[in-house]
Design a protein around this ligand. Structure first.
Ligand SMILES: [Zn+2]
Length: 262
């Protein structure tokens, strides 16, 4: 533990200590998920620098190697529902990681719903939501939040705020009141949770990825929906996790921004 010591780029942490810290912080073993969360690919035992990315990809691995990182932490890993085969792109990715001795750690739902570091906590903070309550039942867990803005905001201003802070573009279904106050957020691909937002009677539902069936459902219910991008709504948690690791161990962490168009 390096608490109280001067932070230096010479600091390092063992892989096992870091994995135990992440598993405990994110309560990895308690959260049921299709993603196999935790250390997915084992690399070198001592970590001096850590890269973080939203998605596991060859581009992210190459950047990690270029930046001399020994671990890559991602929100979307490569092992979902267990290993069925190691072929095709999965083979290429695992081979590259093993050849370069890179650790790959993934945290999906645990990083969506973490009350302080999570993607949804980050989104709520970013738009200034208060009086937060868990929202968005998925896989038996509420992974997002509903809350209130301190005062009413025009839908246009809310969209601009999201675009500016997250860096992407929004798709909007402007079918509710022009001024919004009560808002529900669920990061990523949570369009199916629109029904829950309608039942709660919020003014606006924010998620990442658009879904075609949402159009008439939102129109008929008279609710505003903002899709702020699957990728962009899942950056806040990854970035917050990098900060938490840096603060805890004094090891440099780098967010590698590799946006998708989705
Ligand atoms: Zn996602």
């Amino acid at each position: 533990m390096l608490k109280g010591k001067k932070v230096s780029s010479k600091n390092s942490v063992s892989r096992d200590t870091l994995v135990a810290f992440l598993d405990s912080l994110l309560e990895t073993s308690k959260i049921k998920d299709h993603s196999c969360n935790g250390l997915q690919v084992e690399g070198t035992g001592q970590i001096k620098k850590i890269a973080l990315a939203v998605d596991a990809s060859m581009e992210a691995y190459r950047k990690a190697v270029e930046l001399d990182c020994q671990m890559l932490i991602v929100h979307h890993g490569i092992i979902w529902g267990g290993i069925k085969s190691i072929t095709g792109t999965v083979y290429s990715q695992i081979k590259y990681l093993l050849d370069n001795n890179i650790n790959l750690y993934a945290s999906h739902l645990p990083l969506d719903l973490h009350p302080q570091l999570g993607n949804n906590a980050g989104l709520a903070k970013l738009i200034g939501l208060t009086s937060l309550k868990p929202f968005g039942l998925y896989n038996g867990l509420e992974i997002g939040f509903e809350g209130k803005l301190v005062k009413h905001l025009s839908l246009n201003n809310l969209v601009h705020l999201l675009c500016e802070k997250l860096g992407g573009e929004c798709t909007v279904l402007p079918f509710g009141e022009e001024k919004v106050k009560r808002i529900a957020v669920v990061s990523g691909g949570a369009a199916e949770e629109l029904d829950q937002a309608i039942k709660k009677g919020v003014d606006c539902f924010i998620t990442g990825e658009p879904s075609h069936p949402n159009y008439h459902a939102a129109l008929e219910a008279g609710i505003n929906v903002i899709y702020a991008g699957h990728y962009h709504t899942e950056k806040p948690g990854v970035q917050a996790l990098g900060n938490a690791i840096r603060n805890r161990f004094g090891v440099p962490t780098l967010f590698t921004d590799i946006p998708t168009t989705i």
